[in-house]
Design a protein around this ligand. Structure first.
Ligand SMILES: [Zn+2]
Length: 148
């Protein structure tokens, strides 16, 4: 028996196929509601980040817990068959993420990682995202106050 339920597997598979996965849409609509403008999947940046907020030199990556091995997350299960295959795959994904993180950092970009499990249930918006939005709001209100 595989440790992944059938339902979960088909959900995971659907995540690989599409760029416009649901968790990403939730983050996008949250940003939109808060008045942020952004670009999607910018090919010019390392790792083609999901959401690019150029004005704030910030990118947001929406990561699937299973594929990107969210630490201490119950969704980051390890299939009990083809162990080696999966371990290699996971290692590659993590190394790629780390490399892109470094490259973005070197280019002066701020990276916010939002995990798929933080989007479900009542954990949304996750702290990293909320902090970012509040921070930008404070900066702009200070600016406006100074102007008037
Ligand atoms: Zn997770």
């Amino acid at each position: 028996m595989d440790s992944l339920s059938k339902e979960k597997r088909s959900w995971n598979m659907s995540r690989i196929r599409s760029n416009d996965t649901k968790p990403e849409l939730i983050v996008r609509s949250f940003l939109h509601r808060n008045g942020f403008r952004f670009r999607l999947h910018d090919k010019k940046l390392p790792g083609k980040p999901d959401i690019v907020l150029k004005k704030y030199k910030t990118v947001i990556e929406v990561r699937g817990c299973f594929w990107h091995r969210h630490e201490r997350c119950t969704k980051a299960t390890s299939p009990s068959t083809n162990t080696e295959y999966w371990q290699t795959k996971f290692q590659n994904n993590m190394q790629r993420d780390k490399r892109h993180e470094r490259e973005l950092h070197d280019l002066g970009w701020n990276l916010i990682v939002v995990w798929e499990c933080e989007i479900r249930g009542n954990t949304f918006p996750p702290k990293a995202l909320l902090d970012f939005v509040n921070e930008q709001r404070n900066i702009s209100s200070t600016f406006n106050a100074r102007k008037s």
